[in-house]
Design a protein around this ligand. Structure first.
Ligand SMILES: *Cc1c(COP(=O)(O)O)cnc(C)c1O
Length: 465
């Protein structure tokens, strides 16, 4: 007899109590689709010689299939990589004030392009432009989707079919596909490289200014450092040279923190306010790097230039939505109180978290980890670690941190890969890193309010043999 004739029908499976409950939760269409997939896969497997599973086995497969299908793709994870502003993990986590603002804007109509005072039409940039001017000393500001878009838009507006002079030491590539020369050509501008990789002087810029020059540009070398026999032209000198020729001087700052990070023992990172004070006519920076806000490209500077940029039809294509603006406004407002940034802006809090505090979290959590790993040929210990800032910010600086090192007891390291995979397979995936034969979990970014959730997850760790 053909064993496949024993296979239950779609309707038979859907009529079971188990699947009726799933239909209640997720709807008939989803469950029916998965039942069909499971039955088709089973038929193929049986034709290949596999045994016919019983009904309980089929129902289990359908249950797992529905769970997998309904699992959101954009899931929260624990970032224990040791990289605070991890681009692949969504960069800066938002402060609670920004989360609340974002939710309110998502749930309700809001005055996005509406002037509540006059009852007339408004401009979405006005949600944040006053705050940005206040915090940077600039005359005007605008916001687009990310910093790459800001750089693109300003080049396309001010330098199309013209030349932009940049030092060879600053022709950077940021992860992904952001390369200064590529953005330049896509924006329709002609790059004029001057100086050498390690040294560029004012005369290199001066000698290359022609009637076709649109601007002098400086790109902050955010994700690498050139050290040794080096020279870069100070901003104020470049600004003065540009202005003598009636040209704008533009800086892509990359990270652009609005706070003095040196006050927290972090290395100094140039701020937009310093760039404006040094004479820059336009400065661009990211919303979700050191600033600690949502993904956005912020542009501040001269009123006439910002006005021109806002008239470019591409501004409409690169604009941000209300959720971004709501979160950005709330984060920028926190910068009005620089004394409490390290308590209120999540990214700044994580970057400035004292090593001792991270170590005590490790001490609280070690027993739960050791219990979860009991019986496996590994050791789990608290170790000193070095976190990095990430997103190309302050590339050579490392922050003293603490966390766990899981090491194999035997020679074989395969067990580490299995633990690493099991951590990723948890309902809220835990992302660590394998380095020098150890699986490292850096606790810097485990927020104190999430410790209990983390500990409660560990017993579910399911490590394949
Ligand atoms: C990160 C960075 C960018 C790109 O910014 P996004 O917000 O990621 O688009 C551009 N320039 C510099 C110097 C950067 O550091």
């Amino acid at each position: 007899m053909n064993p496949l004739s024993q296979l239950p029908s779609v309707d038979r499976l859907l009529s079971t109590a188990a699947l009726a409950a799933l239909v209640d939760l997720h709807g008939r269409a989803v469950v029916t689709g998965v039942v069909r997939d499971v039955l088709a896969a089973t038929r193929a497997a049986v034709k290949d010689g596999a045994l016919l599973p019983d009904e309980a086995g089929l129902l289990e497969k359908v249950g797992a299939g529905v769970t997998a299908k309904m699992m959101p793709k954009l899931r929260p994870v624990f970032n224990l990589t040791g990289t605070v502003l991890h681009t692949n993990l969504g960069r800066a986590p938002l402060p609670e004030e920004a989360v609340q603002a974002l939710i309110a804007a998502a749930r309700n109509p809001c005055a996005l392009e509406y002037d509540v005072e006059s009852g007339g039409r408004g401009d979405r940039d006005s949600v944040v432009d006053e705050l940005l001017c206040e915090l940077t000393g600039a005359e005007a500001a605008t916001v687009v989707n990310n910093n790459a878009a800001a750089v693109f838009l300003l080049l396309n507006t001010l330098a199309q079919k013209k030349q932009v002079i940049v030092s060879r030491g600053e022709l950077i590539e940021i992860g992904g596909a952001f390369r200064v020369p590529d953005i330049m050509s896509r924006a329709g501008a002609k790059l004029v490289e001057v100086g050498t990789t390690n040294r560029t002087h004012l005369k290199d810029f001066a000698e290359n200014i022609t009637p076709r020059t649109a601007m002098l540009m400086k790109v902050h070398a955010s994700n690498y450092a050139i050290s040794g026999f080096t020279h870069a032209v100070p901003e104020a000198e470049l600004a003065a040279l540009a202005h003598r020729h009636d040209l704008p001087f533009v800086i892509d700052l990359g990270s652009g923190t609005l706070a003095d990070l040196a006050a927290y023992g972090l290395p100094h990172e140039p701020t937009p306010a310093e760039a404006i004070a040094a004479g820059a006519d336009l400065v661009t920076f990211s919303g979700d790097k050191l600033l600690g806000g949502p993904q956005a490209g912020l542009m501040v500077g001269r009123k006439d230039l910002i006005a021109k940029i806002k008239k470019n039809p591409l501004k409409r294509a690169l604009r941000v939505g209300k959720l971004t603006l709501a979160a950005l406004e709330a984060v920028l407002a926190l910068y009005r109180d620089p004394d409490r940034l390290h308590l209120r802006v999540t990214a700044v809090r994580q970057l400035t978290r004292p090593e001792a505090e991270i170590r005590s979290a490790a001490e609280r959590l070690l027993p739960a980890l050791q219990t979860a790993l009991a019986g496996l040929p590994v050791s789990a210990d608290i170790v000193a670690l070095k976190s990095q800032i990430g997103s190309g910010s302050l590339p050579v600086d490392r922050l003293p941190s603490a966390g766990f090192a899981i090491r194999p007891l035997g020679k074989k390291g395969g067990v580490l890969n299995r633990i690493e995979a099991a951590l990723r397979a948890l309902p809220k995936p835990v992302i660590g890193r394998i380095e020098d034969g150890a699986l490292l979990l850096d606790l810097r970014c485990l927020q104190p309010q999430d410790e209990a959730e983390f500990a409660a997850l560990l017993p579910a760790l399911n490590i394949r043999q």
